[in-house]
Write a protein that binds this ligand. Structure first.
Ligand code: 6PG
Length: 468
């Protein structure tokens, strides 16, 4: 029997759960953790110190009895069956009005199913994205909750205290009903995939064409991080280039196998964008590149078979200058695509997302935090119904300014056999959506030719078919 009543409960004492509890406790709330693994329970009790502030147990009943009413229980367990299992184990011990928050990367339709199921039982369910990794959980993550608006009032003080702060504003907000929070987190991860792919391409270019050493790469990314590209991913990239290998000579980055894994959130973003009919090619290709990276043996054999052109020599300083512009251009396009998907999903699924708020809560704590997000949130604040930031005056000037360098960089990659699919997809997306007339009239003609699928005309109303 635990002696105190705790403000907040958390199930799953892995690194994220452990750290999030300590973060919440630092903010003055008492927290109780639950995990079936006694070593994790012991480790939390040891880190927590004062048992009146931080407690943990392996027993579900003791855990639920120790929580003040309405119970606010967050799950930080791997997405999938374990979330359902955790919910089922808690249910017999809960009362109407209690709150369960899934803080993992659950697929949004699973969240909708769980929300409806728990609603019947009088339990409020929140799907809440949490971004920022282990460090974010401890020091302040970006939190993306969705669910019942009234019930959110119970968790709001805890989340606002625990979240990262940007200029004093907490990086958390009630986002919308049902799976709004999980959906926003899914797209956050899609954008994350896109930005990571883009930084990897620029690394490839700078290393193999401009011949930058790891020290020079670190200095370049570090200086970019002090400018308009300021972001978590650019910052850690500089740090990565500085890391020496503790198991041998040289830098660690050069020893890491070039096969990127994935847990699926980027793929889900792409799949759902297809369902919505929203093009996000910069994110799609980032998923495909992780898949291509897995074909290591084939890639090595194919390189031997086809060879590679020797990259044309370049002026280092000029190349770095252009690469910065191309990366900035493609970062904007990647955010634009992800946010476009969110705006459409909001209508389709009735999330009623406040896009300025979404951009605001991504300004600190999360993996895609970047100076650009402050500009994006200001843009949406003045134009809440904007579907694509590419159309906003501030972004028109940013894109125009960096377009020519982006064309140069992408052309260089194509001519020298350096794959830059994220950069070139971003450029192609831009060129396509800024083309008043595309050659898709021909596709309509072909469809009508082979399948009588009909077409519309530019000069008269109606649906037409031709015997070609
Ligand atoms: C975050 C991250 C996190 C994600 C990892 C790994 O916002 O903190 O998005 O939720 O799980 O980045 O993702 P992949 O294994 O799919 O690369």
């Amino acid at each position: 029997m635990l002696e105190h009543k705790y403000d907040f409960g958390l199930v799953g004492l892995g690194v994220m759960g452990h750290n999030f509890i300590l973060n919440v406790a630092d903010k003055g709330f008492s927290v109780c953790g639950l995990d079936l693994d006694q070593t994790k329970v012991d480790s939390l009790i040891a880190s927590g110190g004062d048992a009146a502030k931080v407690q943990a147990t392996t027993k579900v009943e003791a855990f639920t009895k120790a929580l003040s009413s309405p119970r606010k229980i967050m799950l930080l367990v791997p997405a999938g069956k374990l979330v359902d299992a955790a919910i089922e184990s808690l249910l017999p011990h809960l009362e109407k009005g209690d709150i369960i928050i899934d803080g993992g990367n659950s697929f949004f339709t699973d969240t909708d199913r769980r929300e409806a199921y728990l609603k019947e039982k009088g339990i409020n369910f929140f799907g809440s994205g949490v971004s920022g990794g282990a460090e974010g959980a401890r020091r302040g993550p970006s939190i993306m909750p969705g669910g019942n608006k009234e019930a959110y009032q119970h968790i709001k003080p805890i989340f606002e205290a625990a979240a990262a702060k940007f200029n004093g504003e907490p990086c958390v907000a009630y986002l919308g009903p049902k799976s709004a929070g999980n959906y926003v987190k899914m797209v956050h991860n899609g954008i994350e995939y896109g930005l990571m792919q883009l930084t990897a391409e620029v690394y490839h270019l700078l290393k193999h064409s401009a011949g930058l050493s790891n020290e020079e790469l670190a200095a370049t990314f570090d200086s970019w991080n002090k400018g308009r590209l300021q972001s978590f991913l650019v910052d850690i990239t500089a740090e990565i280039f500085n890391q020496k290998d503790d198991k041998g000579e040289g830098h660690l980055v050069d020893k890491i196998l070039d096969k990127a894994k994935q847990k699926g959130t980027g793929k889900w973003t792409s799949q759902n964008a297809m369902d919505l009919g929203i093009p996000i090619p910069s994110i799609d290709i980032a998923v495909s590149m992780r898949e291509i990276s897995a074909f290591k043996d084939l890639r090595v054999e194919a390189e031997a078979l086809y060879g590679k052109p020797t990259p044309k020599s370049v002026d280092k300083a000029d190349f770095i200058y252009k690469a910065e512009q191309a990366l900035y251009f493609a970062f904007i396009i990647t955010y634009a695509q992800g946010l476009n998907q969110l705006a459409e999903a909001s209508e389709e699924y009735g999330y009623e997302l406040d896009m300025a708020e979404v951009a605001k809560i991504w300004r600190a704590g999360c993996i895609i935090r970047a100076a650009l997000l402050d500009d994006i949130s200001k843009t949406f604040a003045t134009a809440p119904k904007l579907k694509n930031i590419v159309m906003a005056p501030d972004f028109v000037s940013k894109l125009k300014e960096t377009l020519s360098a982006t064309r140069n960089v992408v052309t260089y990659g194509a001519e020298n056999g350096i794959p830059l699919p994220g950069l070139s997809n971003s450029l192609t997306y831009f060129d396509a959506i800024t083309s008043g007339r595309l050659p898709l009239n021909l596709i309509q003609a072909q469809r009508d030719h082979f399948g009588s699928h009909t077409y519309e005309r530019t000069d008269m109303e109606g649906i037409f078919h031709t015997e070609w």
